[in-house]
Design a binder for this molecule. Sequence first.
Ligand SMILES: NC(=O)c1ccc[n+]([C@@H]2O[C@H](COP(=O)([O-])OP(=O)(O)OC[C@H]3O[C@@H](n4cnc5c(N)ncnc54)[C@H](OP(=O)(O)O)[C@@H]3O)[C@@H](O)[C@H]2O)c1
Length: 334
Amino acid sequence: MSDTQVVVVTGASGGIGRAVARAFGARRARVALLARGERGLAAAAADVERGGGTALAIPTDVADFGAVDAAAERAEKELGPIDVWVNVAFTSVFAPFEDIGPDEFRRVTEVSYLGYVHGTMAALNRMKPRDRGTVVQVGSALAYRGIPLQSAYCGAKHAIQGFNESLRCELLHEGSHVRTTMVQMPAVNTPQFSWVLSRLPDHAQPVPPIYQPEVAARAVLYATDHPRRREYWVGGSTAGTLIANAVAPGILDRYLAKTGFKAQQTGSPKPADQPANLWAPADRDTDFGAHGEFDAKSTPRSLQLWASRHHGLLAAGGSALAATALAVWRRARS
Ligand SMILES: NC(=O)c1ccc[n+]([C@@H]2O[C@H](COP(=O)([O-])OP(=O)(O)OC[C@H]3O[C@@H](n4cnc5c(N)ncnc54)[C@H](OP(=O)(O)O)[C@@H]3O)[C@@H](O)[C@H]2O)c1
């Protein structure tokens, strides 16, 4: 991979976006970092530069297409033609549907869904005339499976999935060399559980098993390098959820109705002074970093991701094993 790859990462100031930006920095890429919180952005830029990359922090609200397009323009002017655009930025409200106001639902949709649409538009406006480039949509198992307490977020993730599928068909129809792929994530230990607007009585938590953001970043970089595959699943829990939901969604509805409220809360009360990043950044003055509060419960590896990356090798190994077993069986019978 060229050391002058130009990459834009939205939501780069914290969580998965921060880990992705850092991983591209370690590849010596030129990385434009888009988010709102200036302290988080400055720390992300320092991470990228420390790794050997070049960083350009551009404070941007992804809900504003004009701002996103201007950021893309600036990235191209200062770093060069964009090779890769990674959409990561999101926000949410942790609450039952009836406790979310219409303005809050609209805001989550504008950031978490339209933010991806805006990023993709800004990227394609520049990539399509050159007939090259890759857009990676960071998705979730919740792009297919809705869960309680996250209606606005699940709606946005499903919408990204549908929009991205349409776009992919159009690019294939045109014979375009611009690629788009989606990476469906499992639960990841990021700051979201400490700064997303929450109306839950207890502190929010990712539903175990929990992966470290570096697992997510590895998946994004692999998808960037292999963007012809339509979608990647990260983590055994993502694969299990997506398969179970395809086979028996009604059973999952009942299972989640029973377990989904408790499983998304730690059991300890939410801190009274917890910030909320819905309308303004929580990392304006404090750097939250890539990791959340769940380091002790999180795993830095995913066997399923390894298997997904090496599925050709595994298929060849499986075929060889089956052929050997067949030969042994035939010899035993003769
Ligand atoms: N963590 C998980 O368990 C998990 C699971 C599945 C999928 N994912 C996906 O992974 C992605 C990242 O999640 P995460 O947990 O890393 O999130 P996070 O820790 O909450 O980080 C969100 C990032 O988005 C930025 N952001 C928020 N609102 C923005 C806005 N209006 N404009 C620009 N940037 C904005 C934040 O920075 P500022 O506030 O400074 O702008 C921050 O950089 C999301 O797309 C999510 O759907 C996460």
